[in-house]
Design a protein around this ligand. Structure first.
Ligand SMILES: Cc1cc2nc3c(=O)[nH]c(=O)nc-3n(C[C@H](O)[C@H](O)[C@H](O)COP(=O)(O)O)c2cc1C
Length: 361
């Protein structure tokens, strides 16, 4: 284990030697165009943020026809691999390191974004809410329940995407097991009503996530693989009867897998479901625990100093502060982020937030 002092202390996460503990959280920004191919604009955006200890790049489709946001990136074809190569090269040239978040949208995917293809999930239960489509907002649809014998193809999709991420020059990968998307959809009992090996008790609901982890570890080795979970987040109509129990079970399993890191979201975006999952994870988990959601510089420093966790990811603060690390070092004021440009293609609100250097004195 690392003897942490503060957010600026370097950290070894598996085989990743990282210069600080201020990591960039994965952030969907829909700048990949309708073909889901990253380009120069994304390379510039990520390179601007290369002072992060580790950039975890945005949720990226492992399989075609799983789009949930219209212009999010994929990593299932050669063009996308080449596009991501531009991004990883730019980040490396700027002295940074970058992992890719591998993602299947599950029931958040919408037929209107996927040539009419029905979304799939653990159970046939729709998200309550609406999604942006080319013809305006539409309600989420009822997904089709995946049969057990369809799961090997999903696992293979993740495995192939892990290989593609390697070819694209990433330093590692993070498996997206959070926020109600397919793997999280299996984890929690509000959305997983299955019977059989993938439904029911905690160990069954965690099976798919663990099988996918093993598959991607087969490509990368465990020491460059992280995983993200959000046991409390009610985003995407998610709930669970025992988030702490699931956290404890995963802590044991992830310890055995000897991952580079576990990226645990500490809370619920909506504040509905509450528990101390970070302490539950810390008690059991043997590896690097990285936490997220609403941290300030001082709270992150304190938690690391108190050995409650090893690193913190920052989301919105990194959107509006490409030089967040330097601002934290100087305890300088932060730029405010503009939510109106979070999910809108183009340069505005993406690559034009000023650094301290660029600001008038
Ligand atoms: C615009 C936006 C896009 C996001 N996209 C993703 C994503 O692709 N994958 C993911 O796991 N979380 C995503 N999140 C959640 C963030 O990673 C993070 O958990 C959230 O912003 C809370 O952290 P913060 O308080 O430091 O911003 C997104 C959040 C925002 C605001």
């Amino acid at each position: 284990m690392n003897t942490a002092t503060d957010i600026f202390t370097p950290i070894t996460a598996g085989q990743l030697q990282l210069k600080n503990r201020i990591w960039m959280a994965p952030l969907t920004r829909v700048r990949s165009g309708v073909d889901h191919v990253p380009g120069e604009l994304m390379a510039q955006y990520y390179a601007q943020r290369a002072s992060a200890g580790l950039i975890i790049a945005e949720a990226t489709m492992v399989l075609p026809e799983t789009s949930a946001f219209m212009q999010e990136p994929g990593i299932y074809n050669a063009e996308q691999i080449a596009g991501w190569r531009k991004v990883t090269d730019a980040v490396h040239q700027a002295g940074g390191q970058i992992a890719l978040q591998l993602w299947h949208g599950g029931r958040a995917s919408h037929p209107a974004l996927n040539g009419g293809k029905t979304a799939v999930a653990a159970s046939a239960i729709a998200i309550d809410g609406e999604v942006h489509t080319p013809s305006g907002k539409q309600p989420y649809t009822v997904p089709r329940e995946l049969a057990d014998d369809e799961l090997p193809a999903i696992i293979e999709g993740f495995r192939q995407a892990a290989e593609n991420a390697k070819e694209a020059g990433f330093d590692g990968i993070e498996l997206h097991g959070a926020n109600g998307y397919l793997l999280d959809n299996f984890l929690r009992d509000g959305s997983n009503h299955r019977s059989g090996p993938y439904g029911g008790p905690i160990e069954n609901r965690a099976r798919l996530l663990l099988e996918v982890l093993e598959a991607v570890i087969g490509v990368w080795g465990s020491q460059r693989v992280g995983v993200r979970t959000s046991p409390l987040n009610s985003f995407n109509s998610m709930q669970d009867s025992d988030p702490v129990g699931m956290t404890r079970y995963l802590a044991q399993q992830f310890s055995q897998l000897d991952l580079a890191f576990w990226h645990l979201m500490r809370a619920d975006f909506a504040g509905v479901q509450q528990a101390d999952v970070v302490s539950a994870a810390r008690e059991i988990y043997q590896g690097n625990l990285v936490t997220n959601m609403g941290y300030s510089r001082d709270e992150a420093n304190q938690g690391i100093a108190n050995n409650q966790f090893d690193a913190v990811t920052f989301g919105v603060p990194f959107i509006s502060n490409p030089d967040l690390v330097e601002r934290f070092r100087l305890d300088a004021p932060l730029n405010e982020a503009d939510p109106n440009t979070f999910y809108v293609p183009g340069e505005k609100g993406y690559i034009d937030y000023p650094t301290l250097e660029a600001e008038p004195a």
